[in-house]
Design a protein around this ligand. Structure first.
Ligand code: SF4
Length: 699
């Protein structure tokens, strides 16, 4: 209890995929005290700067408190009837694929479940995609190619049990800070070796024994070279390869054909890394957006997985490839199938047996039969009029999508756009025909899943402000008004969670990884009291690692080594656009700053958008320290403060992706990013856009 006599609430941080537990202390006047939860297995009481500032981000400032139609406040009935009618009419006239939902890794699993069920089972289209497509779709594709399912093999404890941790395309110090502290503590206590693979020197390099500052986009060449080296020095696990994998010969042939020179690394550094990897059984390779956000992201993932499969190093303490997700519930979205190419419960949309099972479970009248439009394709279809009704929930694609100016114009031109969010002030919300007020973190009630498969509760500590409603309730109400009253007759998130858990039993029956059927009979009180629990949770097994037994989720039960070859980024440079723009996060901001922008202490770290550029590049184009640079691509333009630093890669300046605004001077960096995607995953290439950089004189 706190001083005001209000009960303390256990919840989960709404930012990154570490999924830290928080203790919330309402002050009785709309404010919240926030501390780390010592009992949560992800953070054990720790919080980073963003988590600690959560209390500064609640309150009614800039909140959307009532539905609006064409900018005018109205009642829920009017707004919901309009949404249901316009979606129904559009579907009747143009077919189910003329509508789309674009949702968010900020949504809770229960929100995601209802939206996915409505689109895939009742509307009859798979046109539901998510901003998680921008975050980890290449990992999903890589996992599915290698393991048969989108399965994260390891757990966070592996970082503390490893002797070598390789961080690839991961600025963990800023993007997953609490996990970084766990790794740093393990390094201090037990001498864990750390290798960072990143074209840029980041804060993460402070604990690196070796930093491989490779050329942007050459990760496949590095790991293919490692694969060949492991064979050369006899470090392969032949028994594991023979008994539990297929595809070795093709994958090895492809790996051997690549040249390590492509990386631009010094031979001595490469040799040292390869020796460390070959000699260290307890090795974890962590990878994140530097791997995923690429036109060859899926191949990069599989190049890493190949090395772990070839050495049999996965599913054991301190061993394995480990993807860390950017968002708080990217994993929960994957579990319910909230991506355009996935079914629910990690089942396959392209498998008729899986579709029939889900159809039967939902009593679905119009099951989607093929993949829908992935994020970049979806907004292209909005722009050319194929999508005529669009619902965007809890995300700001007019700022965060590649080619953001074109996306903003596409949304503006869409025949009917609904936005459900906590605020009306995002660039996307300003374009909506219908704005629906949603509850936000601190008010929401449901579950999220973090990067190591731990399901945690987000619990409300504050009442819903104004007329705001939970996202699941809004989607369910529209489903009811579209004619599916029984299927969307949910009254509480516990009911949705139980249905989700029961559906996962089907996945278990098909021998799939995602099975939480052990939670299907959870009572309301049990749901309320649910402790963090790592899936699977079934009659057969609970939590732990996958694949230590050598059994995978492919038809023959063997993992697949995938042949991959080094390839240049799809976005081509030219004399006019000679640089490669790398984009990413800063330590104290989150996405487009809808929430973190409210916390003054978070703006003290880096107060404005900037371009970090190598001194030699700055000299070439004539930039002055702390001056302004105009950055231009074929897609758009931004004005950024110049930060000259040897940490930047030569030829590849870096700019953060958080800042927003109507004008280029606000540093709207995703307006520069080319809408090129990975052919397998559909994930955009956010780290290699071809740009020009010139000095900018204000006035
Ligand atoms: Fe939140 Fe991530 Fe920071 Fe943990 S590490 S407090 S989940 S932002």
């Amino acid at each position: 209890m706190d001083g005001a006599g209000l009960p303390q609430v256990r919840s989960t941080c709404p930012y990154c995929g570490v999924g830290c537990g928080v203790l919330l202390r309402p002050d009785g006047a709309g404010g919240l005290g926030v501390e780390g939860d010592p009992a949560h297995p992800a953070n054990r009481g720790r919080l980073c700067s963003k988590g600690m500032a959560l209390g500064q981000t609640v309150g009614l400032e800039e909140r959307l408190l009532a539905p609006r139609v064409d900018g005018v406040e109205t009642g829920w009935d009017t707004a919901l009837d309009l949404v249901a009618t316009r979606f129904s009419e559009t579907i009747a006239k143009h077919g189910p694929d003329s509508v789309a939902f674009y949702v968010s890794g900020q949504l809770l699993t229960e929100d995601y479940y209802v939206a996915n069920k409505l689109m895939k089972g009742f509307i009859g289209s798979a046109n539901i995609d998510t901003n998680s497509r921008l975050c980890m779709a290449s990992t999903v594709a890589g996992h599915r190619r290698a393991f048969g399912t989108d399965t994260v093999p390891g757990i966070y404890d592996d970082l503390e049990e490893a002797d070598l941790v390789v961080l690839v395309g991961s600025n963990m110090a800023w993007c997953h800070p609490v996990l970084f502290r766990r790794l740093a503590a393990a390094r201090a206590e037990r001498g864990t070796k750390v290798v960072v693979v990143d074209p840029r020197r980041t804060a993460t390099c402070e604990i690196a024994d070796l930093h491989l500052k490779l050329r942007p986009g050459t990760d496949v060449a590095l790991f293919n070279g490692l694969f060949a080296h492991l064979r050369e020095v006899g470090a392969l696990d032949m028994r594991f390869l023979l008994e539990h994998t297929t595809g070795f010969d093709e994958a090895f042939r492809a790996a051997s054909a690549d040249q390590i020179d492509a990386t631009g690394l010094a031979a001595g550094d490469v040799a040292r890394f390869y020796r460390m990897f070959a000699a260290t059984e307890r090795t974890v390779t962590v990878f994140s957006q530097g791997v995923n956000q690429s036109s060859t992201g899926s191949d990069k993932v599989n190049a890493i997985l190949n090395c772990h499969l070839a050495t049999g190093r996965l599913g054991q303490p301190g061993q394995g490839p480990f993807s860390v997700t950017g968002q708080p519930n990217a994993m929960g979205g994957r579990e319910v199938g909230g991506l355009a190419n996935m079914l629910a419960a990690h089942l396959d949309l392209e498998d008729a047996g899986h579709r029939a099972a889900v159809r039967s479970f939902w009593s679905a009248p119009a099951m989607a039969e093929s993949a829908g439009l992935k994020a970049v394709e979806m907004f292209r279809a909005v722009g050319d009029g194929r999508i005529k009704a669009l619902w965007i929930a809890g995300t700001n694609p007019a700022v965060s999508m590649p080619d953001a100016d074109a996306v903003r114009d596409a949304i503006r031109g869409c025949a009917f756009t609904v936005v459900s969010d906590i605020t009306a002030r995002t660039d996307t919300a300003r374009l909506a025909d219908v704005l629906l007020p949603a509850t936000g973190w601190g008010e929401k009630d449901g579950t999220v899943t973090n990067s190591d498969r731990t399901i945690s509760r987000q619990r409300p500590a504050l009442p819903a402000p104004g007329q705001a409603r939970h996202d699941w309730a809004i989607f369910a109400e529209v489903g009811r008004r579209m004619g599916w009253a029984e299927a969307f007759d949910y009254r509480a998130p516990a009911e949705i969670f139980r249905e989700h858990a029961a559906l996962s039993k089907i996945a278990g029956g098909f021998g799939r990884d995602f099975d939480i059927s052990g939670l299907a009979d959870l009572s309301d009180a049990g749901y309320e009291a649910l402790e963090p629990v790592r899936w699977p949770v079934s009659a057969n097994r609970t939590g732990g690692r996958f694949f230590g037994d050598g059994r995978f989720f492919t038809p023959d039960g063997r993992a697949r080594l995938i042949p991959v070859r080094q390839a240049a980024p799809a976005t081509r440079r030219s004399p006019r656009y000679p640089f490669r723009l790398n984009t990413g996060r800063t330590r104290d901001q989150w996405h487009t700053m809808t929430r973190t922008g409210l916390a003054p202490r978070l703006s003290r770290h880096l107060a404005e958008p900037f371009l970090q550029i190598h001194p030699s590049d700055a000299e070439t184009v004539g930039l002055e320290p702390a001056g302004l640079a105009r950055v231009t691509s074929p897609q758009g333009s931004a004005i950024l403060r110049v930060l000259i630093s040897e940490d930047a890669a030569i030829g590849a300046p870096f700019a953060p992706m958080h800042w927003t605004g109507e004008t280029a001077s606000a540093g709207r960096v995703d307006a520069l990013v080319a809408p090129m995607t990975d052919a397998v995953s559909g994930q955009p290439e956010s780290k290699a856009s071809a740009v020009a950089v010139t000095p900018f004189e204000a006035g």
